[in-house]
Design a protein around this ligand. Structure first.
Ligand code: NAP
Ligand code: GCO
Length: 264
């Protein structure tokens, strides 16, 4: 059974892996035996990540690369293949969110979110798939969201991107499943990371943020998720244990998507 979940001998690339969900997933894949490579958008963040992985005694390779820059991504993949090896597992984790009421949001801001959260996973997958095909296998894990299924005020661009990412996941499954490439999604619920920090900030009077209380009441688990809650699902998705799972989004959300909510 352990062999089925082992990632020994595999190379995993986690985009935006300096902290947050990407960092936790990378640590989990390392514990399962994978060699970890991560990128982030600038040297400062890569250095922050290198220090954080060192604290966990996890050897990693870190590179600066903006995942929206197709030329830079091509160079990144070539460098990784030369310095580390062919990428067996790609985790498209890097992402941004802009919380702006739709009619106040500029098309430029909308496009930026789409660029990072949807176009970049396309660019990354397109850069990794040829070598995966040559190698005879590949795992692509797209970090989707509850907003792949639901909308809410102020996150129109993010929801559109994550909904598109769900369908890109299914399309990569459809186009490359025959070459033994499994492309699946992980849809985290509300996870305590820097990205959601504004939704959990204490109010001036020391009380909890209303959205914080809302999410806790809407989640059957009665809590926000931790990045570590995603480790098991990620190892499953990255390992031979999921070789016949393809085009599927696994929601790791404490049950929130299943729950209509408590009667007020
Ligand atoms: P985060 O704390 O904001 O971390 C995202 C990482 O991606 C950061 O290191 C960020 O760098 C990096 N990044 C952003 N744009 C990039 C680019 N163009 N090129 C390379 N790296 C880039 O986010 P998180 O909460 O860990 O979320 C990680 C993923 O999970 C995202 O795709 C997010 O949409 C998704 N997600 C999060 C939650 C949640 O509740 N937290 C739930 C569902 C899904 P910077 O520091 O420069 O931004
Ligand atoms: C928001 C949050 C969510 C989470 C996550 C939920 O503003 O509603 O940022 O979008 O990040 O994507 O799954």
């Amino acid at each position: 059974m352990n062999e089925m979940f082992s990632l020994e001998g595999k190379v995993a690339l986690v985009t935006g892996g300096s902290y947050g969900i990407g960092f936790a997933i990378a640590c989990g894949l390392a514990q399962a035996g994978a060699s970890i490579v991560f990128n982030d958008i600038n040297q400062e963040l890569v250095d922050k990540g290198l220090a954080a992985y060192a604290e966990q005694n996890i050897p990693v390779h870190g590179y600066v690369c903006d995942v929206t820059d197709e030329k830079a991504v091509g160079e990144l993949i070539a460098t990784i293949e030369k310095e580390v090896g062919v990428i067996d597992i790609l985790v498209n984790n890097a992402g941004i969110i802009k919380r702006i009421p739709m009619c106040e949001m500029s098309a430029e801001d909308f496009r930026k979110v789409i660029d990072v959260d949807l176009t970049a996973p396309f660019i990354m997958a397109k850069a990794c798939i040829p070598s995966m095909i040559r190698k005879g296998h590949g795992k692509i894990i797209n970090i989707c969201s509850m907003m792949s299924e639901l909308g809410r005020e102020t996150v129109s661009a993010y929801a559109a991107a994550k909904g598109g990412l769900k369908m890109l996941t299914r399309n990569i499954c459809s186009e490359f499943g025959g070459q033994n490439i499994q492309c699946n999604g992980i849809g985290p619920g509300y996870i305590a990371t820097p990205q959601t920090a504004p939704l959990r900030e204490r109010q001036a009077d020391g009380s909890r943020h209303p959205f914080d209380s809302f999410i806790v009441s809407k989640t059957p688990a009665g809590r926000w998720g931790d990045p570590e809650d995603l480790i098991g699902p990620a190892v499953f998705r990255a390992s031979d244990a999921s070789n016949f799972v393809n085009g599927h989004i696994l929601y790791v959300d404490g049950g929130i998507l299943a729950y209509i909510g408590k009667q007020p």
